[in-house]
Design a protein around this ligand. Structure first.
Ligand code: NAD
Ligand code: TDX
Length: 335
């Protein structure tokens, strides 16, 4: 099988490429990645001699057409992925998430290539903290940020290309991932690397916002399950019952690093900050038989702390610039 992975130098895409190369020697992997600030060739170094890497933009129609013509399957991870950046400058989010997805869809339509679309639970908006409800595949779209609205737009393009043009696509919407190779701008690696640097973690607002954490390897095993067993045109929610508030995550990271769990600061809240995400993944589990392997967030976080401790060469080059960008908008409000 000839597989094209977009965004394979990013966090989830790189982990997907690693697993695919290890578990599926019959698959020939080509990665298309623009190497934005979030893309890192070093994340693919362990498999560099077993894949083809193409440096380019998913919105480059000529390049995308040539690569798709030579593929049997496209898995589309490439995106601008950080909510805070989308509040500073939404423009690259529209370009990559909307125009990039459109460009890929036109190419898979022309060449009759199978397509899997990677998306997020944030397209559904948020839930109240005290609401027992979870997102399901029929929850109405209600995105809050420029990031989530461009992801919602890209999902709707995929659905329309399935219905109107018969494109053979599946979609998945996953909750918050954690694990190795995640950029230090994101919550979990930001706080781990802060603690390793002796800096107090930063919690937005009250710290009570809830995310539904899933290990990146569980996300990627679900993606392969959907590619192999999913029904064309169908959306599958991916989640591992990992609902936890941000304060608990920070306290756990501090404890795992041998620090006092109270050594954190509250900072200015994110504008429009979604309160809670929670995934009902019954469709994926009952129809396709998928189950997560990482069921204990604390031990998953412990392994992640160890990965960042052992791989400072990977994250150090991004750390200072990331913290300088945060410092421009962040103020400690309750020390
Ligand atoms: P990431 O920011 O770590 O990686 C994105 C990758 O895409 C980078 O390698 C970047 O260089 C590349 N890229 C960006 N613009 C590009 C363009 N125009 N052309 C080609 N490549 C480009 O993101 P991630 O966290 O790995 O997320 C991957 C996908 O998973 C995204 O579609 C995201 O919406 C989705 N998702 C992420 C999470 C999460 O918790 N991180 C959860 C659910 C869904
Ligand atoms: O320093 C911080 N302090 C803090 O309290 C940061 C960076 C974040 N937070 C909070 C905001 C969120 O409630 O932690 C939570 C997680 O924040 P992010 O890592 O920025 O993730 P989130 O905004 O929830 O979006 C993530 O999950 C869904 C990914 O970045 C998206 O790509 C994915 O679609």
């Amino acid at each position: 099988m000839r597989l094209l992975v977009t965004g394979g130098a990013g966090f989830i895409g790189a982990n997907f490429v690693h697993r695919t190369v290890e578990d599926r020697p019959d698959v020939r992997v080509t990665v298309l990645d623009k190497l934005t600030y979030a893309g890192n060739r070093a994340s693919l170094q362990p498999v560099a001699d077993r894949i083809e890497f193409v440096h380019g933009d998913v919105a480059d129609a000529g390049l995308v057409d040539r690569l798709v013509a030579d593929s049997d399957l496209v898995v589309h991870f490439a995106a601008e992925s950080h909510n805070d950046n989308s509040l500073r400058d939404p423009s690259p989010f529209v370009h990559t998430n909307v125009v990039g997805t459109f460009t890929l869809l036109e190419a898979v339509r022309r060449h009759g290539v199978r397509y899997h679309h990677i998306s997020t639970d944030e397209v559904y908006g948020d839930l109240e903290l005290d609401d027992p409800a979870k997102f399901t595949e029929s929850t109405p779209y209600n995105p809050s940020s420029p990031y989530s609205s461009t992801k919602a737009g890209s999902d709707l393009l995929v659905r329309a290309w399935v219905r109107s043009f018969g494109v053979a696509a599946t979609l998945s919407n996953c909750s918050n991932n954690y694990g190795p190779y995640q950029h230090v701008e994101k919550f979990v690696p930001r706080q781990i690397t802060n603690v390793l640097d002796g800096v107090r973690p930063r919690l937005y607002g009250t710290g009570r916002n809830v995310r539904d954490w899933i290990h990146v390897d569980d996300h990627n095993s679900a993606v392969w399950t959907i590619i192999e067993k999913g029904e064309i045109g169908r959306t599958y929610l991916i989640g591992a019952d990992g609902e936890t508030d941000n304060r608990t995550v920070v306290e756990t990271v501090l404890e795992l690093c041998g620090r006092d769990p109270g050594e954190f600061d509250f900072v200015t809240d994110r504008p429009g900050h979604d309160l809670r995400y929670a995934i009902d993944s019954s469709r994926l589990r009952t129809e396709l038989g998928w189950e997560p392997r990482y069921r204990d967030l604390r031990s998953g976080l412990a392994a992640t702390v160890e990965w960042y401790r052992s791989n400072e060469d990977w994250w150090r080059p991004q750390k200072d610039a990331t913290e300088r960008a945060y410092a421009r908008t962040e103020t400690i409000v309750r020390p």
